[in-house]
Design a protein around this ligand. Structure first.
Ligand SMILES: C[S@@+](CC[C@H](N)C(=O)[O-])C[C@H]1O[C@@H](n2cnc3c(N)ncnc32)[C@H](O)[C@@H]1O
Length: 239
């Protein structure tokens, strides 16, 4: 298992929460800057793909600073709940929502996606952006997605994947192992967060391997949409 801090005695979940609390104030800036703003286009595309499902009750798992939850407002939902284990990240999210006066529709709560308080079959759609890679127990988290979704509900998972073709694969590896950790360390002041990122992407199942995990926990059909030469992928898992 790839953990944020190799020398820590804490479990992965606590380490992840600690890491995101530490980098929260710089997270949005680094995210948009290091991805040249492409991360925003990926979330937009994911929400566009969700439109035909007309979900009213949305759960944004691993909501972080809330950008996916905010984008999901375009679906005209009745309610969006953002869930995360990092209070630091959600503090930034709550500030954005307050500024936009969206508190009636979007709310945030501290919670673990591997053990959610929501009732079985109570959610129309789950969104999760760059979150599942950080789960301590991936199958447990995805089983929870399946449990809380209504029949016919959909989990929309946006996650980094590994480009496969030359020369994108080589360029991407150079960028993510050498350039990204350097800037990440300088700006976030966290020595590990942006080294953990490429390491965790490399260790995480993508494409068909991830689809098999989604099917194993009970999703009946899964579609994948590879984005920007396979740097990220949207998975649509139907219950
Ligand atoms: C890379 S950030 C993604 C934030 C946001 N979804 C986005 O699109 O930018 C990953 C988030 O996952 C959260 N996270 C990791 N494991 C979690 C878990 N088991 N339950 C809830 N949130 C979790 C972290 O605290 C962090 O805020």
């Amino acid at each position: 298992m790839v953990n944020p801090y190799n020398d820590s005695e804490l479990g992965k979940k606590q380490q992840v929460a600690e890491m995101f609390n530490a980098i929260a104030p710089k997270y949005d800036f680094l995210n948009h800057w290091l991805s040249f703003g492409i991360d925003k286009l990926w979330r937009k595309k994911a929400i566009r793909l969700l439109r035909p499902y007309k979900p009213k009750n949305i759960l944004d798992v691993a909501t972080g600073t809330g950008d996916f939850a905010l984008e999901a407002m375009k679906l005209d939902p009745t309610k969006i709940i953002g869930l995360d284990i990092s209070e630091g990240m959600m503090k930034i999210a709550a500030e954005k929502i307050n500024k936009l006066q969206l508190e009636d529709t979007i709310s945030f709560e501290v919670g673990d996606s591997e053990d959610m308080r929501f009732e079985t079959r109570s959610i129309d759609a789950i969104t999760v952006g760059f979150g599942v890679r950080n789960f301590e127990h991936l199958e447990q988290g995805l089983s929870e997605f399946h449990r809380v979704l209504n029949d016919g509900g959909v989990a929309c998972v946006l996650e980094f994947s590994k480009p496969r073709s030359f020369p994108v694969k080589q360029l991407y590896n150079f960028y993510s192992y050498y350039i990204l950790p350097l800037w990440g360390r300088l700006i976030s002041k966290d020595n590990r967060a942006y080294t953990y990122l490429p390491e965790s992407v490399s260790a995480f199942p993508d494409g068909e391997d991830f689809i098999q995990v989604l099917k194993k926990v009970g999703f009946s059909s899964v579609k994948e949409y590879r984005l920007t030469f396979g740097i990220a992928t949207i998975y649509f898992a139907m219950k």
